[in-house]
Ligand binder design. Structure first.
Ligand SMILES: NC(=O)c1ccc[n+]([C@@H]2O[C@H](COP(=O)([O-])OP(=O)(O)OC[C@H]3O[C@@H](n4cnc5c(N)ncnc54)[C@H](OP(=O)(O)O)[C@@H]3O)[C@@H](O)[C@H]2O)c1
Length: 326
């Protein structure tokens, strides 16, 4: 009989990648979880033969129902859905910073996810999309990297749950190749009057940052983790690139002239990405430069351990439509 993987976040980048991977595996059935079964993304999965069920990370009973009979569960929480939700401003305590509220809410959602997974009797593996413990690995230098801390604290909770003992592994996503290009941010490369493309972002243009084609390559990493021994900590790194290499590669792929890179300070990035977004992104990159994106955690393994071929940025650029910014 076929096995069952239940995928949270299936309408998003990471969950879609996991679903695509398992759709190619005839031994597996897929159940996808979404808050809205009539969204275009949810309906598309239904049309591909995925069983779509309603579930909310704020509602443990909905998750328990969604997870019933699962052999494998993929869990992802989304800090940015909470951050972008206008209701979060009303829900947070009056004296609370929005980033603190998002941290607490994402951490609670991850605990709810874990509690629901731990209640599934026949579960063989729960794979959580995690990030490094920046506070720990920086020895307290980076204490307010909220979107990382929430996931790192969630991992400690998951590792402590008796119901997940021998069943838990984590996969860390790198910075998405698409983030500076397709998210409509002020750091997106911009056409100049002379026809060249320039971009600005945090820090110097010649320091390496870990990126990846998460939409394509994250799923195979999750599947490898599900098939490996438990307690795996896999960093799904695709390719290290400096900002200058990033922009040069993109310009070359699109046949447009490279115009150069402008370095922003932490304050400069917070100015162009206000409200906390600049803080989180800048700190993420600054932490990665100083301590390693994965914190240089000795337990971390890389995709090549499983023979996984990760997509280079050049390939990503060839297969991606950039009409919106060209
Ligand atoms: N962007 C990067 O470079 C990067 C790098 C490393 C890690 N990350 C982390 O990746 C996470 C986001 O993953 P993603 O990019 O795959 O997300 P995404 O594409 O933005 O999609 C968000 C997903 O989360 C689901 N979701 C949100 N709130 C939910 C809730 N209350 N209950 C159930 N499902 C909920 C949504 O499902 P429905 O709307 O269908 O319910 C959707 O499938 C973030 O936490 C971020 O910190 C991002």
């Amino acid at each position: 009989m076929s096995k069952l993987i239940v995928i949270t976040g299936i309408t998003g980048v990471q969950g879609s990648s996991v679903a695509d991977t398992y759709l190619q595996s005839p031994d597996w059935r897929i159940r996808g979880v979404s808050r809205n079964l009539s969204s275009a993304a949810a309906l598309e999965w239904t049309s591909k033969g995925v069983e779509m069920v309603k579930g909310d990370l704020d509602d443990i009973e909905s998750l328990k129902r969604a997870f019933s009979d699962a052999d494998v569960i993929f869990g992802v929480t989304d800090f940015w859905t909470i951050f972008m939700d206008p209701k979060s401003q009303e829900k947070k305590r009056p004296d609370q910073q929005i980033l603190q509220y998002c941290y607490e809410t994402e951490l609670q959602q991850a605990k709810t996810l874990a509690d629901a997974a731990a209640s599934v009797p026949g579960l063989s593996r729960f794979i959580f999309s995690s990030m490094a413990d920046a506070n720990k690995w920086s020895k307290g230098k980076f204490q307010q990297l909220y979107h990382m801390d929430s996931k790192a604290q969630a991992v400690y909770y998951m590792q402590s749950l008796p119901g997940l003992r021998g069943k838990f592994s984590q996969v860390q996503a790198p910075i998405y190749f698409q983030l500076p290009l397709l998210w409509g941010l002020p750091i997106t490369p911009k056409k100049q009057d002379d026809g060249t493309y320039r971009m600005k972002s945090i820090g110097p243009g010649n320091k390496r940052i870990p990126f990846g084609f998460v939409r394509k390559d994250f799923g195979p990493c999750v599947k490898a983790a599900a098939e490996a021994e438990p307690n795996l900590n896999l960093f799904a790194i695709g390719q290290y690139l400096t900002w200058e290499e990033y922009l040069q590669t993109w310009c070359k792929s699109q046949g447009v002239p490279y115009g150069g890179y402008d370095e922003l300070s932490y304050d400069g990035l917070c100015e162009v990405l206000p409200g906390g977004l600049g803080h989180e992104f800048a700190q993420n990159v600054l932490f990665a430069w100083e301590f390693g994106y994965d914190g240089s955690d000795p337990s971390v393994v890389l995709p090549d351990k499983f023979g996984l071929k990760m997509t280079p940025f050049e390939e990503y650029c060839k297969v991606t439509d950039f009409k919106s910014i060209l």
